[in-house]
Design a binder for this molecule. Structure first.
Ligand code: ATP
Length: 496
């Protein structure tokens, strides 16, 4: 077997995701709707598995974390207290020529260092062809001959407004069509009740975290948690993102998995270290390539005013290093804000000393869809086996949508009946598939693309010695095992 574990391009993953029913564009028969996606039969299973793996490690296997599931629509005061109504803004620029709108901090600009009046070419850096195209446009606009090592890339937000007149927008044909950046609130608004007025205005939550803070008292009053402890939540969040690209990386409707870990003031640094490492390890334990993962601490000017430290776990996607998860020390900011706005005490009372204090918080916040995309991209590989190309999703067995596929070698001689019998037994324990269509090689390929780690095949010999072949997705090893031993063998292979 010749392995070819190249960095996959995002397009191959998008195409596999569509072809095999992981991800579809939303409302596709109507032409789709920007940045919204649907998960198909395999995608929904993968998503459940990612969520289950997170819940298992963050809640089920811990004594110090409990879960909740809060409402998406919350009291509008929540978002005033959290600062989202006032501050949850991104700087946007409009292009007067193309009428497109861009997030200013997502626009890159090519310019020649220190040359005044030289045109600057704006582009959205996708880590691929966009920069090359921008360079071509640059030579078209710049009359002088500039050595390429003097061309630099900066962010639009670093260009003084007085120089905007020289910037050619990403989709414009001439300079000077971009407006100055304006702040744009990312929250979706709607109305609760029959009357649409300012009083009935509510928001779709832009993060799940606030549902945790507002339930702080409910949880401590109804459970036996003791500080330090965490409250975890998974669920949908909504952001009116303007620059959406890279498939499901940035969507307007997405899911988050967040946990607020409440600890004694002064122990923040220690728990911050702990959670950074634990969260990185989670991705590695689920098979993600450690070489493509890193922890990036935020620069002081990136930090929110209340944060004493934030790090992103980043993954090296085909489009470059990008944030998967943020781990933030949020001090006691959120509980204090909600205490002030609600007039309720949100404190921890020490039973022995009777002293009360507002706990500090460490927040690991992960996007479910981004985690899925990471596992898909990371697992994707194309390789050559005996002169044939195969596409494989080398997903960790915990994440694989289907764990086992059962095939009859032939559609006669009692093979289908026997295979059905085995399939029905196996699926009681592991999500399984049954397939009798097409030649056996093609059936294996289909399961390789779906990421199924094990295939069982019934053949003539099954009726002689009660054995089937067990084929391993990654090593391609095939060995005969007793029908009675199937579940034990699978448990051995999967580790659960
Ligand atoms: P970004 O800088 O990429 O906009 P953020 O720093 O605003 O993200 P957080 O508010 O920290 O993101 O959200 C926590 C996590 O939620 C992110 O690390 C990401 O995995 C996920 N997430 C945030 N926005 C989106 C989105 N629009 N689509 C998909 N996932 C998202």
């Amino acid at each position: 077997m010749k392995g070819n574990f190249e960095l996959s391009s995002l397009e191959s993953v998008v195409s596999l995701a569509k072809r095999r029913g992981f991800v579809f564009p939303s409302s596709e028969i109507y032409g789709g709707i920007g940045a919204c996606y649907d998960y198909g039969p395999l995608g929904v299973e993968l998503k459940r598995n990612v969520k289950d793996a997170w819940w298992r490690s963050m809640v089920t296997l811990r004594d110090d974390v409990v879960g909740i599931d809060a409402s998406i629509i919350m009291h509008p005061k929540v978002w005033h207290a959290s600062g989202h109504v006032g501050n949850f803004n991104d700087p946007m620029v409009d292009c007067k020529e193309s009428n497109n709108r861009y997030r200013a901090d997502h626009v890159s600009v090519l310019r020649v260092e220190g040359v005044e009046g030289c045109p600057m070419i704006a582009f959205i850096d996708d880590g691929g062809k966009a920069r090359e195209k921008a360079e071509k446009r640059f030579s078209k606009f710049a009359s002088g001959n500039f050595p390429s090592d003097h061309i630099e890339t900066v962010l639009l937000t670093d260009i003084p407004l007085s120089e905007f007149g020289s910037v050619v927008g990403p989709d414009a044909s001439k300079p000077g069509t971009l407006t100055e950046p304006r702040m744009f609130n990312l929250m979706f608004e709607t109305y609760l009740g029959p009357i649409q007025s300012e009083e009935s205005k509510v928001y779709l939550r832009p993060e799940t975290a606030q549902g945790i803070f507002v339930n702080f008292n409910n949880v401590i009053d109804t459970t036996r948690v003791k500080i330090p402890f965490g409250i975890a939540q998974q669920g949908k969040s909504f952001r009116n993102e303007v620059t959406t690209r890279h498939f499901t990386f940035r969507m307007c409707e997405f899911e988050q998995m967040e946990m607020e870990f409440f600890c004694k003031p002064g122990t923040d640094a220690q728990w911050y270290e702990y959670w950074k490492n634990a969260r990185l390890q989670w991705f590695i334990d689920l098979g993600a390539d450690p070489e493509k993962l890193r922890i990036r601490p935020h620069d002081p000017d990136e930090l929110s005013h209340y944060s004493t430290g934030t790090s992103d776990i980043e993954y090296r996607f085909p489009f470059g290093w990008s944030e998967l998860e943020g781990i933030a020390c949020r001090t006691n900011y959120d509980l204090k804000q909600h205490a002030e706005h609600s007039g309720k005490k949100l404190e921890w009372k020490d039973q022995t000393s009777g002293a009360s204090f507002t706990p500090h918080v460490i927040e690991p916040a992960l996007g479910t869809d981004r985690a899925m995309l990471t596992f898909l991209v990371d697992a994707y590989r194309e390789e050559e086996v005996d002169g044939n190309q195969r596409v494989v999703l080398g997903l960790h067995p915990r994440l694989a949508p289907t764990k086992v596929a059962v095939f009859p070698l032939l559609r006669k001689d009692g093979h289908p009946e026997k295979a059905q019998e085995i399939y029905r037994r196996v699926r009681e324990v592991y999500p399984a598939a049954y397939d009798e269509a097409g030649n056996i090689g093609r059936r294996y390929r289909r399961q390789d693309e779906a990421g199924t780690p094990a295939c069982l095949t019934v053949d003539h010999q099954t009726f002689e010695d009660d054995t089937v072949t067990l084929r391993d997705r990654d090593s391609l090893e095939q060995r005969r095992i007793k029908v009675d031993a199937i579940l034990g063998e699978l448990r051995e292979q999967f580790g659960f």
